[in-house]
Design a protein around this ligand. Sequence first.
Ligand SMILES: [Zn+2]
Length: 200
Amino acid sequence: MQHSSAAAVRRLPAFQAMPPDGCPALVLNADFRPLSYFPLSLWSWQDTLKAVFLDRVDVVAEYETQVHSPTRAMRLPSVVSLKTYVNHARQPAFTRFNVFLRDGFACQYCGTAERENLTFDHVIPRNKGGKTTWENIVAACSPCNLKKGGKMPRDAKMFPHHAPRRPNMFELNERGRAFPPNYLHESWQDYLYWDVELEP
Ligand SMILES: [Zn+2]
């Protein structure tokens, strides 16, 4: 059996053809795991084709949808994998989103997981010298945030469930896997849900 890369590309049935703008590509690292789970690593079809022409990615699966240049027609990739492995050892950015992701989008005081109501709280309040850092910021619901106000944890008798600390990219990615995206293309499923390492 011949397994050239072209032969291994999965084709999807014609009834799934959709306009190009509805055809983002799932981007896998060189180890075939998604580059990021949450937000899911997706590229627009334009960025994806650019990367294909620059030979930075391999096409793993394709949409039925084609785009046409003056000289040729091309199916849009639905899954691509990077040719060069991107190392996740780098430090994640200290953003509101990443703090919420680290804390599982749940209040660290009462455990409520209400994304609309989620704010962030300084464990050591700013008026007591608390800094805005990974080690002092936790996700908190509005009621808990109000209740704690400018008080120290021991005075408010409110302690975060997990002592806040800086996560690494791997940990954030693991967290992200718990939050399936709203829209999943069929050809993405294998890479999102079947990549768990098996115990020997
Ligand atoms: Zn709360």
